[in-house]
Design a binder for this molecule. Structure first.
Ligand code: ZN
Length: 340
């Protein structure tokens, strides 16, 4: 089937689970009650995707507060109590970050609960997202390894451990989110890709990497304003990704300033093309979706196109996110009729 559909990863959380319409939303309950609420929200996330005709589902990242820290919480060797200020994304903004103070080790499984709930409640394919090593080390201070690349590879090993366990839980695709790839472009070909391959080592399921220009938060919007009208940053990193063992690349295409001809640099890869804009509340029509797929198909063979959202939908309003899911499902269906 042409143009299977998926989402970048996250969906908004119901207001009984967490404060709505924000990143880092505080949980509404704790202990066993919170665990039950996360499971219920996970099932709901699957249901709205199924109803919209989405083919490769995610658990909507309902059980984690943040796409990076959801992983870090389960890692030993990090001091969360003594945060230090660090420039994030090459100093685009400052944040108080935890420090790595000892050898890194997983405390146990990170995402077993939600992965198993998801597997038990859908027969469709499941994709699971994990943060990539380069993005992880850009949110932490190093007070132990003395070498950020070494620290990245230590994280890659832990990611690999969890990714293999997710595969054993019945997950069909592991996607690593690497927004840092378009910040440290010069480092991607040197070690970023290798760290990613280490994280994916030995996986039999499909593998993907999501790169993007970030959520619509102010620091990102201001930064995007400095990039001009033609975003060619990916030109530096796509050749290295093309040569890697990672099979799919997820990037924003709808309302994007990334020239789509750059996709030709990703020869042989499946492209998860973002056909839904997550920085705008305007709900796309099916025809809008077809137009993006058509534009992408000038540079990517039809059989290698997967339709997705530009980025995560965590901070959106639920009704808008659900309407956008419907547009995604309907748009891919219409594209199959028109282009198939
Ligand atoms: Zn993204």
């Amino acid at each position: 089937m042409l143009f299977p559909t998926t989402i970048a990863g996250s969906l908004p959380k119901p207001e009984w689970l967490a404060e709505p319409n924000m990143l880092w939303a505080p949980w509404k309950s704790k202990g066993d009650e919170l665990a039950r609420a996360k499971r219920d929200a996970t099932m709901l996330a699957l249901k709205v995707q199924e109803d919209a005709g989405i083919d490769i589902l995610t658990e909507g990242e309902q059980a984690r507060q943040h796409f990076v820290h959801g992983f870090l919480e389960k890692v030993d060797g990090i001091d969360f109590a003594h945060k230090v200020e660090m420039g994030i994304r090459k100093d685009r903004y400052k944040a108080m970050v935890p420090q790595v103070v000892a050898p890194l080790k997983l405390k146990g499984r990170v995402h077993a609960d939600e992965a198993r709930v998801a597997r038990a409640h859908t027969t469709r394919k499941l994709k699971f997202t994990l943060p990539g090593p380069m993005t992880i080390i850009d949110t932490l201070a190093d007070s132990h390894y003395g070498d950020r690349v070494k620290m990245a590879f230590a994280f890659a090993e832990l990611l690999n451990e969890e990714a293999r366990a997710l595969e054993a839980d019945g997950i069909n695709m592991i996607q690593f989110d690497e927004p840092a790839f378009n910040v440290f472009m010069d480092e991607v070909p040197v070690w970023g890709i290798k760290a990613l391959e280490r994280a994916a080592q030995g996986l039999q399921c499909e593998t993907a990497v999501h790169i993007c220009y970030g959520y619509g938060i102010k620091a990102n919007v201001d930064w995007k304003g400095t990039l001009g009208s033609d975003w060619r940053q990916y030109e530096e990193i796509f050749p290295a990704i093309a040569e890697s063992s990672i099979q799919q690349v997820a990037i924003e295409c709808r309302n994007s300033k990334v020239p789509l001809d750059l996709l030709a640099l990703l020869k042989g890869k499946k492209i998860q093309a973002g056909v839904i804009d997550v920085a705008s509340d305007t709900v796309e029509t099916a025809e809008d979706v077809v137009k993006v797929i058509e534009a992408v198909s000038k540079f990517v063979p039809l059989s290698n196109i997967v339709a997705t959202t530009n980025c995560g939908m965590a901070p959106m309003r639920r009704d808008i996110a659900e309407a956008k899911l419907m547009a995604l499902g309907a748009g891919a269906k219409l594209a199959r009729q028109k282009l198939g």
